[in-house]
Design a protein around this ligand. Sequence first.
Ligand code: ADE
Ligand code: ZN
Length: 346
Amino acid sequence: MNPLKPVAAERLPDLLRRMPKAELHIHIEGSLEPELIFALAQRNGVALPYASVEELRSAYAFTNLQSFLDIYYAGASVLLKEQDFYDMTRAYLLRAAQDKVLHAELFFDPQTHMARGVGMETVINGLHRACVDAKVELGISASLILCFLRHLSEEEAFETLEKALPFRDKLIGVGLDSGELGNPPEKFARVFARCRALGFHRVAHAGEEGPPAYVWTALDVLKVERVDHGVQASQDAALMQRLAADRIPLTVCPLSNLKLCVFPNLAHHNLRQLLDAGLVATINSDDPAYFGGYMNDNFTQTFAALTLNARHAYTLARNSFEASFIEASARQLYVDRLNEFFETFQ
Ligand code: ADE
Ligand code: ZN
């Protein structure tokens, strides 16, 4: 295997598009395209505050995380039946498979659905059935990570966990998302300790808009195995050393960071700095229907803006499999496929 073999710059987009990869940071509700939002609204008799797909899409101009979350939760309001959750997940997995995503770990936000009277079983059964079918029909593996909404209380997170426990065989882990500022990881110390005791994998959004201190407490208090975003870590040299030394992966989402104004443009993104510092960084899409790009859009636009090369591509794809929660023998098969791709690419 020779990932160091030089690849001509004009061949790089093709390499990025065809390269096997895993996606570890995708909110499945963030994959709802406006067309599907309108179709589900009609199917379920839900009134939307937008007259057309175009009008909805033109509202996608965000200034920060909260300005996005308001529209994202409104979009999710069309999801009511198990089939809705199935159709959304099916559409994402089809799209991901086109981008040569071999494995995906999907975040979902049950609390936003339960607030509308949707049952936990409706949500999880729809998502899970789509994952099972996609494995058979598309060859893509997918698993589910239940996210607690950090703008709500820890007590509500505990109630959510209780409701999810009958379905624990359909979940690989738990995460923490929604508005970061003012909702530090330590707010969820007890519920994450319980999840750890129950054997769930743990991740948390930290250092997206929030300070490096939130990344420290995600690690030291929540004992997360991966940090979602984490880009603000570059402000703290000791934290960078910790992340590198402990090989804690960061699930970086460049187009998300661009659209939520975390960086002024992609050329100012710090992904190269994170890689140069030896961090286990990965590229992901976050909420692709809202941020204008799926996995390969994130790869091609970021590589162009930061003039990354084939060696970076190999590192990022390899990191995505290493950072995943796939069982070890399946992971090795994916890494073998990646190595074979790089050996034979021309
Ligand atoms: N929920 C969906 N996308 C999110 C993001 N980028 N940050 C926090 N919560 C989210
Ligand atoms: Zn996210």
